[in-house]
Design a protein around this ligand. Sequence first.
Ligand SMILES: Nc1ncnc2c1ncn2[C@@H]1O[C@H](COP(=O)(O)OP(=O)(O)OP(=O)(O)O)[C@@H](O)[C@H]1O
Ligand SMILES: [Zn+2]
Length: 708
Amino acid sequence: MKLINVYIEHLTLQLNQLFTYACDEPVQKGCRVKVDFAHRECIGFVQETDVKSDLKNIKPVLEVIDKEPLLNEELLDLAQYISKRYVCSVISAYKTMLPPALRPSSTYKKIIYEDHVYLSSSTLPLTSKQANVYEEIKDKLPMKASEFRKLTKSLAKPLIEKGYVKLRKLPKSNDVLPSYIEDSIHELTLEQKNAIEEIENSNDSCFLLHGVTGSGKTEVFLHLAQTVLKQNKQVLFLVPEIGLTPMMIERVMARFQRKVAIYHSQLNDQEKYEQYCLVKDKKVDIVIGTRSAAFMPFDDLGLILMDEEHDTSYKQDSMPRYHTRDIALWRAKYHGCKVVLSSATPSLESYSRAYKNVYHLVSLTKRIYDQMPEIHLVDMKEERNQFGLSQRLIDAIQKTLDKNDQVILLLNRRGYLPVVRCSNCNEVMMCPDCGIALTYHKSNDSLMCHCCGNVYRFDHTCPKCHSHHFFQVGMGTERLEENIQMLFPNANIVRMDADSTKRKNAHAKLLKEFEQSGDILLGTQMVAKGLDFERVTLVGILQADNALIHSDYRSCEIAYQMLEQASGRSGRGVKKGDVYIQTYDPGHYVMQSVLKHDYLGFFRKEMSYRHLGVYPPYVFLCCIIYSHESLEKAMDVALLGKQFLSQFKVLGPLEINMRQRQKRVRLIVKSKDETQLNQTIWKLVEYHRSLKTNVKQDINMYPLILEE
Ligand SMILES: Nc1ncnc2c1ncn2[C@@H]1O[C@H](COP(=O)(O)OP(=O)(O)OP(=O)(O)O)[C@@H](O)[C@H]1O
Ligand SMILES: [Zn+2]
């Protein structure tokens, strides 16, 4: 009997502990096996084969699930890197990397297959009717069996039985691609040409393409991709959010006129599996997708393009809490290819790396039509607020609609009322699990917690004093839509937020609708990103200060990025654009930097604050959250953790919002030395296990956002 070592997923286990089983079938590293673990059937992931062991009573493997490894050598190595860097289990990395249908979980889902009909040959006699149909259909094969039956009706069966056609099972397929559109070929601007040459002629491997909004970065991407595709290598286009995939897909398909693989969270399990196989079986050489697309099984990657590299969606906020940029850099190194990170508002981390020549900085300083939109800071202290809008913004909207141009309005808060407060007793409706105010959603007449997502029925009665009256203060996108429709009854309004885009392909549909017949697109930060509509000449940003109020160390960076990106949607074509930003704090350096489109000024100022406050990019952070139903217990264990980490500067323990009725306490660890931090956190995991406590310890290495 041969022995193998497998990873098993189990909560109480030490991270990455290996277990030995016996297996007489041939099995390779990276295959799944079914094993008996603690009297339960579990899925194990083979890590080592031909193992020697003196252990007695080694149990046999119950079943070998995969004949071939699910992950190639590169991805197996990548999982080790993720585990090490983010202090998580290798198996959690496998889970993230694989499409759900192949995940090493205990209840793995079956892939759905369907019959396809192939041409075969036979000498058995056919009736004339059968022969006629056979002649007709012969050239159209192969096709799906369901289609075949529709075409041949009662003759399907005899044709199959007599062996003229054969059935074969293939994974069920759904086409997720839009149809091709025409490409618009532009002559490159001088800056674009220089950028492309600089990247292609350089021996460096990582580039930061910093170009102002509307400077044609995507065109640079397409040219770089073209060169690599000609060498028969693969290209990966990463975008931060599903909302940005439709445009990228359209532009890439228009340019290269070929099938691409798409990967994002709105695909169902079957579709994900299919897209995964397209890459695995080398049927496509272009992949477009969000975070998880970074794990596609490429075998000859020639280029990675990461659009809007500053976007925080690139970091996964559940285990493994990886950042897509790290994955991109790791894979590029493995394949010996280039990575281009691009943004009009790079993250401070990336820009400072470019500053120090770790990344090669390439800049596009001008828009294609060379006019940045004009920013108007609207001081709301001096304005009458009508339905959340200032008169100046209302006038600007009217003027824009009169010209038959389009408007984008950003309000980064969804729902109808952000806080529901009883006007009799002042009671605020709260989420019992999270302890934060619930948002009223009018469309389904219910209250929703934007932290845990729970929805509560709302009978418009105060649970404390039974009054039926509530204050109507504040507004989310749902209410804004209502208000705007009232102010501009003839305008065609499209709303885009998490609620209106739940359904599959909703982003693409809403954007198409806006492009073809919309006057006003309003929504949350989704409308601030990447959109490229040349008729948009006005952007209005409401409650712009919201983003600044958070106490997070990165709030100002995120606020600046959102405001500058949203502004960047205005006046991208020949016509000049305007932007109205409604704020109570027009003097704030974030507002002043946006006013002048001054990224560098913002960068310098923000860096000086980070230096003073000792925050990234000057140090590395780790955020640790202890959760338990008892606050005291969570506190006690957090304090032990803090003691264990005494060589570092540690902030906390601090109580933060609870979740699922669990009290939560947070530590923030700062270190100038990345390796030392990583090694110590690994030791902390062991230390925590040795405490044998039921307080949960949750580790987030290099967190982007601390406030949860
Ligand atoms: N050389 C060119 N000549 C004319 N139009 C161009 C040229 N290059 C790009 N464009 C067009 O300019 C518009 C803006 O380009 P693109 O979307 O690539 O900007 P971007 O730099 O990615 O902006 P953002 O960061 O705001 O997303 C697009 O509609 C694109 O088709
Ligand atoms: Zn909640």
